[in-house]
Write a protein that binds this ligand. Sequence first.
Ligand SMILES: C[S@@+](CC[C@H](N)C(=O)[O-])C[C@H]1O[C@@H](n2cnc3c(N)ncnc32)[C@H](O)[C@@H]1O
Length: 293
Amino acid sequence: MTHDLHTPVMLQEVVEYLAPAKNKKYLDATLGAGGHTLALLKKGASVVGVDQDKSVIEVASKRITDAGYANNFSYLHDSFAHALTDSTLPTDFDGALFDLGVSSLQLDTPERGFSFRFDAPLDMRMNPSTQQVTAKDLINGLGRKELYELFHELGEERSARRLADAICGARRLSPIQTTRELAEIIEGVVPRAGHIHPATRVFQALRMAVNSEREELKAALPSALSHLKLGGNLAVISFHSGEDKLVKSQYVAWEKSGQAHQLTSKPLTPSSRELADNPRARSAKLRLTRRVK
Ligand SMILES: C[S@@+](CC[C@H](N)C(=O)[O-])C[C@H]1O[C@@H](n2cnc3c(N)ncnc32)[C@H](O)[C@@H]1O
């Protein structure tokens, strides 16, 4: 694969709050291209990285080995919710990071079907070896009401109903096979306005459904806290308001039960400088909490 590597989002803030140092160890639940992990390794810490996408693990492992940090790094090729049930995983991490969603490595690989910028089969599975259901299956198999709910809830798409109608109309003629076909149907319903492509929200909703992203996050947060030592920090970067709400309500519940204490009263967001350099950071929210019980 040849790509520009993924630019790690809110890297400075993550490093500041996770405070990596020699003899500290971290869980990077969403290894991706390894940008955050490398920054932790460079401070002398060790890292266990998790990713359900084998191809991004290969890229990250090579980067880490080439940079000379292989001895302090290990990885699990697994979904983070499942990896956190692994009894061999340490339960005294100094910190854990979730940088949710998709990596540029995935978005920029046309044949993975994550992006409307290329024409490819509608796939979007992060782990094709264990996941059966593709975006094509959902687009052609869900009923009109289910499509509406998907676009409305996960896509936060205002034209959800009209989009569901248009998709049901188009697939009656022949199944929708590719990213381009789907993007064209969407462009016929939602006019282009501003610099965000009209297909962005539908593609996000499909990706989240194909990879059960909300369910994964909900299951993983409590396990992540239980894998931290007392005083260990948990950092979650989300890019979707529904996910941010989920993180917020979990943090508030831990605050009430005295299990964890939030480190900032509001989520942190990228600086204007970061946004100028990396527009993909635009909807990022970083929430931090510390295990205290
Ligand atoms: C935004 S990227 C992480 C980028 C990384 N922090 C970096 O600096 O390169 C998110 C990564 O999480 C992975 N991922 C998403 N959901 C996952 C899950 N439930 N379990 C494991 N990995 C997941 C994706 O495959 C993707 O590589």
